[in-house]
Design a protein around this ligand. Structure first.
Ligand code: MN
Length: 248
C-alpha cells in the first residue's frame, strides 16, 4: 500500500514536472547566441533549421529564394566559418567561440573569419525576424518597441520611410538595421556581412531588426527591383521577435 502510494506520488510529481517543463519550454525566449550555440556540435557550427517552411513567406519571398538562401548561402557561411576558426590565431581568438567573443575581436581576425562569422550570425537572426503572412494583413510593432519607435521617429510611417530609403540606397551588398544606440533607436547600414555588434568601424548598438539587401536575397523573384522586395518584406517582419531583441 505504501509502495503504491509512493508510486502514485512520484508519478504525480513526474507528471507535474513534465507539464511545468513544457510550459517553461514554450515560454522561454531563446537568444540568438543560445540558438547558435545549440547548433554547435563537436567543435563545429551547424546550420540551424528555419523556424518555418521554405514557402512560408510566399508570396512576398518565394520558396526557391528561401531554399537557396538557406541551404547554399547560409550553409556556405557556416562551413567557411568553421574552416576559419580552425586556422585562427589562438592568441587573438580561442575557444569558446561565442559570437560575443568573435565580434569583440572582429577588427583583429582575418577578413574571412569576420565575414563568415557575420554571415552566420546575420542570417540566423534574419530568419527569426520574419514570419508567415500570406494575406498581407496589417503588420505593426506593439508594446514598448512601438512606443520607442514613435518616440524616436515620431511615427511608424516615418521610421518605415527612413529604413526603406536607407536599405534601397545602400550601394552594393550589405544590411540595413534598426539598432538601439545609447537608449535611442536608429537606422544604420553596414557593408557585406558586417553588423552593429562588431567591434569595427561601424555604427554600434543592440540589433533590433535587420534586412538582407544582398542580391541573392531577392534577385530570383525581383531581379533588379530591390525596392519592391523591401516594400513586400514589411509584410513578413516578425515584430514579436524584434520586440524580444529590443527588450533583451
Ligand atoms: Mn543573405
Amino acid at each position: 500500500m505504501s509502495d503504491r502510494r509512493d508510486f502514485l506520488k512520484k508519478s504525480a510529481l513526474l507528471g507535474f514536472g513534465g507539464l511545468a517543463g513544457s510550459l517553461i519550454g514554450r515560454d522561454r525566449i531563446e537568444t540568438i547566441e543560445q540558438l547558435l550555440m545549440r547548433n554547435f556540435d563537436g567543435g563545429k557550427f551547424t546550420l540551424p533549421a528555419l523556424p518555418y517552411a521554405y514557402d512560408a513567406l510566399e508570396p512576398w519571398i518565394d520558396k526557391q529564394t528561401m531554399e537557396i538562401h538557406h541551404t547554399k548561402h547560409h550553409q556556405a557561411y557556416v562551413d567557411k566559418l568553421n574552416a576559419e576558426l580552425e586556422k585562427a590565431d589562438p592568441k587573438i581568438i580561442s575557444s569558446p567561440f561565442t559570437f560575443e567573443n568573435i565580434f569583440n575581436v572582429a577588427g583583429k581576425v582575418s577578413p574571412g573569419l569576420k565575414n563568415n562569422a557575420g554571415g552566420h550570425y546575420n542570417h540566423s537572426l534574419f530568419w527569426q525576424l520574419m514570419k508567415s503572412n500570406p494575406e498581407g494583413k496589417p503588420n505593426l510593432p506593439e508594446g514598448k518597441l512601438a512606443e520607442a519607435i514613435n518616440r524616436d521617429f515620431k511615427t511608424f510611417d516615418e521610421f518605415k520611410k527612413e529604413f526603406t530609403e536607407k536599405s534601397t540606397k545602400l550601394f552594393g551588398s550589405g544590411w540595413c538595421w534598426l539598432i538601439l544606440q545609447n537608449g535611442k533607436l536608429k537606422t544604420v547600414t553596414t557593408a557585406n556581412q558586417d553588423n552593429p555588434a562588431m567591434n569595427i568601424d561601424v555604427e554600434k548598438g543592440k540589433i533590433v531588426l535587420g534586412l538582407d539587401v544582398w542580391e541573392h536575397a531577392y534577385y530570383l523573384k525581383y531581379q533588379n527591383k530591390r525596392a519592391d522586395y523591401i516594400n513586400n518584406w514589411w509584410n513578413v517582419v516578425n515584430w514579436k521577435k524584434a520586440e524580444e531583441l529590443f527588450n533583451s
